[in-house]
Design a protein. Structure first.
Length: 95
């Protein structure tokens, strides 16, 4: 994780809230299919967006990128709840 991303993760209170939630795998599967798969592929190994399993990432880093986006990814912090992001993390962990 890059230094500035680490700093951002450490200071965003939403990250702790997300990590404290128990993700629901069934909902995470549905959310991944509707919100993520068009770019990251149905299996997470990439389509127009990158393979999400290419580089190991901590949950706080993944949550931050989902919330605030990155250079190539739009932010979903306005459209996904903390629980929904925790659910997507559950789907990622199930792979």
């Amino acid at each position: 994780m890059g230094f500035w991303l680490w700093v951002a993760c450490m200071h965003d209170p939403r990250i702790k809230d997300i990590l404290d939630l128990k993700g629901d795998l069934d909902n995470g599967t549905d959310l991944y299919a509707t919100e993520c798969s068009s770019c990251h592929g149905s299996d997470g190994h990439g389509a127009t967006g990158p393979d999400i399993f290419r580089e190991p990432a901590e949950d706080k880093e993944i949550a931050y990128i989902i919330l605030d986006g990155s250079e190539r990814m739009p932010a979903f912090g306005e459209s996904l709840s903390n629980q929904e992001i925790a659910d997507i993390l559950a789907w990622i962990h199930s792979r």
